[in-house]
Design a protein around this ligand. Structure first.
Ligand code: PEP
Length: 232
């Protein structure tokens, strides 16, 4: 694995298989020369369709059981069988829109690891927690549910910075990444409105081992710019 990680979270995009195949092909071609670990998290349905050589594929979610009567869920062995090597666990959209609880996330991460999948485990505080000065406490609590094992990296994604165009400052990121690494010494990615124009400053922040990128990962030239900043 390269030292730094660039991860694309497509969320529920793009809208068709044709577009997904084309976008993945373009990202694969553009990012090829960058000396980074490059991860792509598309929606489940596109996983078996994407033909990429320079990107490693992962899923945006996983269930904790391996098979059985769990309508609508997707198991770790199923993901492996279509080429996924990583899973995202605990993205704030799953915590806050789909109601996933810390206990659920722990089970998901453990099931993924047991089946040989690597995990990007997302943590992040809400704006009200940050404003009340509770951000370290919130992150400490979320980290209690993270398996502290090889194969797990953390993505620090302040909820108020995701999809909002607002970034955490380098100071806020630096101190939180240091705090996280004191609890679990692993790679820590930053996520939250990373764009072409701010990637350089964020990439040079102490303790940033990579980025988890949402919106900008759907725009190949902008995503490349972010990768370039990370690879410098
Ligand atoms: C994300 O989805 O993890 C994310 C950080 O989104 P965005 O880059 O759009 O803020």
């Amino acid at each position: 694995m390269e030292r730094r990680i660039l991860a694309a979270n497509w969320k529920m995009n793009p809208q068709s298989a044709e577009e997904a195949v084309e976008l993945a092909r373009e990202l694969d071609r553009l990012l090829a020369p960058l000396p980074l670990t490059k991860l792509l998290f598309p929606p489940f349905v596109f996983l078996p369709l994407l033909e990429v050589r320079n990107l490693t594929i992962g899923a945006q979610n996983v269930f904790w059981e391996e098979k059985g009567a769990y309508t609508g869920e997707v198991s770790p062995p199923m993901l492996k069988s279509v080429g996924a090597e990583w899973v995202l666990v605990g993205h704030s959209e799953r915590r806050n829109i789909l109601g996933e609880r810390d206990e659920d996330l722990k089970r998901k991460a453990e099931a993924a690891l047991k089946n040989g999948l690597k995990v990007v485990f997302c943590v992040g505080e809400k704006l009200k927690d940050r404003e009340a000065g509770r951000h370290f406490e919130v992150i400490r609590k979320q980290l209690e549910y993270v398996p502290k094992r090889e194969g797990v990296v953390i993505a620090y994604e302040p909820v108020w910075a995701i999809g909002t165009g607002k970034n955490a400052t380098p100071e806020q990121i630096g101190e939180m990444h240091a705090f996280i690494k004191e609890i679990f010494n692993t790679k820590v990615l930053y996520g939250g409105s990373v764009k072409g124009h701010n990637a350089k400053e964020l990439a040079s922040t102490e303790g940033v081992d990579g980025f988890l990128v949402g919106g900008a990962s759907l725009k190949p030239s902008e995503f490349y710019k972010i990768g370039e900043a990370l690879a410098e």
